[in-house]
Design a binder for this molecule. Structure first.
Ligand code: UD1
Length: 352
């Protein structure tokens, strides 16, 4: 059997790692195609290194562009690659533009597509990721889900039962595999932190591209930073907006994007996390670190249900919420967040 994995942006890489490791363990042929949606060392190659992935076999070098142009570039450049390699499965991950583009190409050429992290929905179609998820799931032939709520969503959308396979959360596989190593790198020590910080990541256009919204969020972060250290690894999109608007960051410590292991070390030692990322809601929950999600929806309802995550649509609520949060003694483990999701995913792929 031959797998062709397609990845492109930072959140894809920790999902690829456990699946490709398990494919190697069971002797399955595989090729990794990187679309080049993310290209900075810190957003891409650093993740491959930390996750023990060998460099991609093929890079489509699409770079940054509008959604339509980026999606079209991936489609144009991926089509000949797919025709040359003719895999048994094209495996796509998560919800980025590269996921959608590769799925469209494969489905039109009649190649089977497996979607890792199928059925995840925020219910908010103003998010580009939501459009990517809906179209990918509609076209994919095998829907590998991370949660029971994702199964239910897919059934409600009319997907056939035989396409839906609950495997669990591959991001948790990656985390459990790497967390011991992250503890040895001493990243928090290098940052000179004397007490547990609050770790912040923000990159959603709805939060960072609107100057009024970003002003309100930065005011809340300055207030939090007056009481305890706040570390904010800044995504390139956010960096651009912060520089453009010359925002007052107070004592918030802005740092460059961090690698996978650095982020695990930072989050595990944090008092709490403030984020708008999907992945970080999962990772903080799996580490038992409380999370505030600066959005009015989430694609990970189980993180809320188990008490690890809370939505704070209004940034003014952030300082009060942070003050009242405490770490969870036993990290919650929703069903299938057990480090074995990739094993189950490979079983599904090999028996189809
Ligand atoms: C993309 C994904 C988003 C994911 C996020 C994680 C889509 C629709 N969005 O959003 O789901 O949560 O990645 O990071 O696929 N840039 C660089 N260097 C890079 C990559 C980007 O400087 O290596 C800058 C460019 O100015 C670019 C901007 O960041 O225009 C945004 O990049 P893009 O990939 O379009 O979207 P993200 O916001 O990163």
């Amino acid at each position: 059997m031959k797998l062709l994995h397609v990845v492109g942006a930072r959140p894809n890489f920790p999902k690829l790692a456990p699946v490709s490791r398990q494919a190697r363990a069971v002797g399955v042929d595989q090729i990794v195609v990187h679309t080049g949606q993310h290209y900075d060392d810190a957003m891409s190659a650093a993740f491959f290194r930390d996750l023990g992935l060998r460099p991609p076999d093929i890079n489509l070098d699409v770079g940054s562009a509008t959604h339509a142009v980026q999606t079209a570039r991936v489609m144009e450049r991926f089509e000949p690659v797919l025709l040359q390699h003719r895999p048994d499965w094209t495996v796509v991950y998560g919800d980025v533009n590269s996921t959608l583009a590769a799925t469209l190409v494969a489905a039109k050429l009649g190649f089977r597509v497996a979607h890792v992290e199928a059925g995840v929905r925020s219910g908010d179609r103003s998010m580009p990721e939501e459009i990517n998820r809906i179209v990918t799931d509609r076209l994919a032939d095998l829907l590998l889900t991370p949660s029971r709520s994702a199964d239910k969503t897919l059934r409600a959308e009319g997907e056939p039962d035989e396409e839906i396979m609950f495997v669990g959360n591959v991001m948790v596989d990656a985390l459990l595999y790497s967390v011991q190593r992250a503890r040895t790198i001493g990243f928090r020590r290098r940052l000179g932190l004397s007490t547990a910080p609050v770790t912040v990541t923000l990159h959603r256009p709805a939060n960072v591209d609107d100057p009024k919204r970003l002003t309100a969020i930065m005011a809340a972060l300055r207030e939090v930073a007056a009481k305890r250290p706040v570390v904010f690894p800044v995504h390139p999109r956010t960096r651009g907006q912060l520089e453009l608007g010359r925002f007052d960051v107070g004592s918030v410590k802005l740092i460059d994007p961090v690698s996978y292991l650095e982020m695990l070390d930072l989050v595990e030692g944090s008092h709490a996390v403030i984020t708008d990322s999907g992945g970080l809601q999962v990772e903080s929950t799996a580490l038992g670190v409380p999370c505030l999600t600066v959005r009015d929806t989430t694609e990970w309802p189980e993180t809320i249900e188990c008490g690890a995550n809370r939505l704070v649509p209004d940034p003014a609520e952030i300082p009060g919420a942070i003050a009242s949060m405490a770490r969870l003694d036993d990290p919650p483990r929703p069903e299938g967040w057990d480090g074995m999701a990739a094993v189950r995913a490979l079983d599904c792929l090999r028996t189809r």
